[in-house]
Design a protein around this ligand. Structure first.
Ligand code: SF4
Ligand code: SF4
Length: 556
């Protein structure tokens, strides 16, 4: 095992400085202060690529910080990041543009009777900005001596074929031009060698998926996703006061599901308080939508115009915006080694959203991401002399932990909804784990020629949305988006579906140019990866651009 301080060789290498990766590093440093840990993060600054709902169950965070940083509760950062404790939990059903009903009592009844979605109650939790949470945790990690390298993207994981162990990761080359030729400033991506590799890239992580393929991990069910689009709006002090800082609204029904007439999609709207005079409004839609002209931003527009929402945000100014996907496949979509069931292999562990630890009964995953970091740290501590056992120790700890309990309890929920639709699927999911494992299709296979009935009159202003995400990439770098077969676009997709990527990409990256669909504005990309999972012909590949590219979220 390595002990030297060469920056190209560390004991623990974490890919991704999100909550899961940072929790792993903090927990490890708490237990073993002299261990070398390096975190590689593709965003320009901590928190820039983190966007979330974001209700946070506090237990894993408190456990982590009580050990790592006693007195953390009294710090200014803690007071700012954890300022909003939820004391008003609205679970709403929207019927059409005007009517709304608070159905929290239904969930409370479900909780009393031990029915799964009774877990969807948020009172007592924090509503947080995950960007701020990440930045704060990153600073704690740095203070403990963790090396956090922002602006460095990873393109590959290197496996030793004879041992099956990972030897390290390769960083993305810098300084190529659009055609892929080396420019004078070309720097070849270095290899960082490590004894342990922790994959904590977030949803649909590129290196994670490369590793899943190389190590032959498998999922019992396809990955399922939802797409979230979100805006942070500065409202008047009166509107903020009326809403109150401890309130969280989750709304189902209109505009993505309505009885009889449709549309019939899974998901809902969110509205919660940010810092002073700011409200976050968002729309989360299951990526198995079937409408070829649908864009989650259209649903967001309708949601913002609903009478219940409008009164809180009317006249407000959008100050930040963004989009991302959420892994919803649950228990059956966790990548595991077929023989052992390990969530990883040998000295490689997969954490948080990269593994898919979102509990769909709670619509929460942040607590599980943090907890998976804690479990990975414990696994490394137990495997210091035998790195090849880390993944199996980690899996044992995860399966025994609250993550394992939650994932097993919620294991059929999303598949049931995907199979039967929200109307039948939600009630049926009451039977929970007693249901059989349904065979479901990939999200992209759900596309049809049907049209979204509630399309707003005006197209969504994607330019402003993208500007509010402050996204940027070096203009001269090669495009990180590839259309595999342009003929498929021309001969199949455009005649049948009218090129849905042009509509659903939240940043307007795809355009029709001289009858060819192209990722013409790849520098606007928000790294949500929706195109890769929703192109109806599975014809788009997203790769990691040079480090520092992408959105620059600060308060999402
Ligand atoms: Fe259709 Fe995919 Fe081509 Fe876009 S990239 S036009 S969604 S096949
Ligand atoms: Fe998201 Fe793809 Fe559009 Fe980028 S190009 S913003 S990954 S849908």
């Amino acid at each position: 095992m390595s002990n030297n301080k060469d920056c190209n060789r560390v004991i623990v290498l974490v890919v991704g400085a999100g909550p899961a990766g940072l929790a792993a590093a903090i927990k490890l440093k708490t237990q073993k202060p002299d261990i070398d840990i390096c975190i590689v993060e593709k965003s320009a600054d901590l928190g820039n690529h983190n966007l979330s709902g974001a209700v946070l169950e506090y237990e894993p965070l408190h456990t982590l910080l009580d050990a790592a940083s006693p007195g953390w509760r009294d710090t200014d950062a803690a007071k700012e990041v954890l300022a909003n404790v939820i004391d008003k939990d609205n679970i709403m059903f929207f019927l059409g543009k005007f009517l709304s009903f608070n159905i929290l009592f239904v969930l409370k009844l479900a909780k009393i009777f031990g029915i799964g979605f009774g877990q969807m109650i948020h009172e007592g939790n924090y509503s947080v900005s995950i960007s701020k949470l990440t930045k704060w945790l990153g600073q704690i990690a740095k203070n403990l001596g963790v090396e956090v390298l922002t602006g460095f993207a990873v393109s590959d994981i290197i496996l030793d074929e004879s041992s099956g162990m990972a030897t390290g990761v390769k960083l993305v080359d810098r300084g190529l031009n659009k055609e892929g030729h080396k420019q004078p400033n070309f720097v070849e991506g270095e290899i960082i060698y490590a004894d342990f590799v922790v994959l904590a890239e977030g949803c649909d992580g590129l290196v994670t998926e490369i590793f899943v393929k190389k190590a032959n991990l498998q999922r019992q069910s396809p990955k399922l996703f939802s797409v979230g689009v979100k805006e942070l709006i500065k409202v008047s002090p009166e509107q903020y006061q009326k809403f109150t800082s401890g309130r969280v609204v989750h709304a189902m029904g209109y505009p993505i599901w309505t009885p009889v007439l449709g549309p019939g999609m899974f998901g809902g709207g969110i509205l919660y308080a940010g810092d002073q005079d700011h409200l976050a409004v968002g729309m989360i839609v299951g990526a198995d939508w079937k409408y070829c002209d649908f864009n989650p931003q259209d649903a967001l527009t309708n949601f913002k115009n609903h009478r219940f929402v409008r009164k809180f945000i009317q006249g407000g100014q959008v100050v930040e915006a963004g989009a991302k996907m959420i892994p919803e496949g649950g228990f059956y979509a966790i990548p595991r080694e077929p023989k052992t069931g390990n969530i990883g292999k040998a000295n490689v562990m997969i954490l948080g959203d990269s593994a898919g630890f979102v509990n769909m009964l709670k619509i929460k995953g942040l607590h599980n991401a943090l907890d998976s970091g804690i479990q990975a740290a414990n696994a490394i501590m137990q495997s210091l002399d035998n790195p090849e056992t880390a993944a199996s120790v980690y899996t044992r700890l995860v399966d025994k932990s609250n993550i394992g309990r939650e994932m097993r309890a919620a294991k059929n929920f999303r598949q049931t909804v995907a199979k039967f639709g929200p109307l039948q699927g939600m009630p049926l999911s009451i039977l929970g784990r007693f249901l059989p494992k349904y065979k479901v299709e990939n999200d992209y296979e759900a596309m049809t020629i049907a049209k979204y009935r509630l399309k707003p009159n005006q197209n969504f202003d994607k330019d402003t949305f993208t500007a509010m995400a402050a996204t940027a990439h070096r203009e001269e770098e090669p495009s990180h988006l590839t259309i595999l077969d342009p003929q498929v676009c021309k001969t199949k997709c455009t005649p049948l579906y009218n090129s849905p990527c042009i509509t659903f990409c939240p940043a307007g990256v795809y355009e029709m140019i001289h009858n060819d669909v192209k990722p013409a504005n790849s520098s606007n990309c928000l790294h949500c990866k929706t195109c890769q999972r929703k192109c109806p012909f599975d014809n788009i590949r997203w790769t990691v651009p040079e480090g520092s590219g992408g959105p620059r979220y600060k308060r999402m």
